[in-house]
Design a protein around this ligand. Structure first.
Ligand SMILES: NC(=O)c1ccc[n+]([C@@H]2O[C@H](COP(=O)([O-])OP(=O)(O)OC[C@H]3O[C@@H](n4cnc5c(N)ncnc54)[C@H](OP(=O)(O)O)[C@@H]3O)[C@@H](O)[C@H]2O)c1
Length: 178
């Protein structure tokens, strides 16, 4: 079982602005094409993991409670980390879980995609359960926002395995070692 943190980010390491907007990402020419790459990545994934703010963004943007069929990860089990009692769209395989990631990892199977946010990915890193980091960097900076990975992680533990231009984006892939 491997744990993959795969995400888009600004050049200065933000996942979203302070108001959880991704407009800086959607505004990049060719963004929709690049999103297809995420579809290919998803095909190899069995389990998805996300924090509550990421989940609530999806609920809102896709109106999922009224339109459960729009849930984009139908073939995979999703764990949403939250201390709150969050609603789940009918018929969708989502489990809301609370507490240390170590206590939930035994329930996970196959390849795991940590969608975000950054601190949740950091909790997996802290637990020794982060195998790869793949960043799709957008040509954008934000003055403030939600951090990509609020941890110290240096070159002794990061091995660059790929760097690919994808339109206006660049994808950087790393193995996390040690
Ligand atoms: N650029 C991209 O491709 C990309 C990718 C992913 C996310 N995003 C965006 O980036 C933003 C991320 O937001 P965020 O940084 O605030 O992170 P988040 O991980 O989505 O949400 C953080 C919240 O999750 C809950 N949580 C985290 N760890 C937990 C644990 N171990 N046990 C229980 N609950 C836990 C806590 O809230 P509660 O306990 O109060 O519920 C915490 O405040 C969102 O806007 C999202 O849409 C962008």
């Amino acid at each position: 079982m491997d744990f993959h943190y795969y995400t888009a980010a600004t050049l200065n390491g933000f996942l979203a602005d302070e108001a959880d907007s991704l407009q800086w990402l959607f505004d990049v020419p060719g963004a929709a094409e690049t999103e297809k790459g995420a579809g290919q990545f998803l095909a190899g994934i069995s389990t998805l993991v996300m924090g509550s703010h990421t989940y609530e963004w999806l609920l809102r943007e896709m109106d999922l409670l009224d339109n459960p069929g729009a849930w984009p990860y139908g073939g995979q089990k999703t764990f949403v980390f939250s201390s709150r009692d969050l609603p789940v769209p009918e018929g969708v395989d989502i489990e809301v879980v609370n507490g240390p990631v170590q206590s939930v990892i035994p329930e996970m199977t196959g390849e795991v995609w940590i969608i975000g946010g950054g601190d949740l990915a950091g909790q997996f890193l802290d637990a020794g359960a982060l195998t790869t980091i793949t960043l799709t960097l957008a040509p954008a900076f934000l003055a403030t926002g939600k951090p990509l990975l609020p941890r110290n992680l240096f070159s002794d533990r990061l091995e660059l395995t790929g760097a690919t231009k994808k339109g206006q984006f660049v994808e950087l892939a790393f193995d996390v070692t040690g």
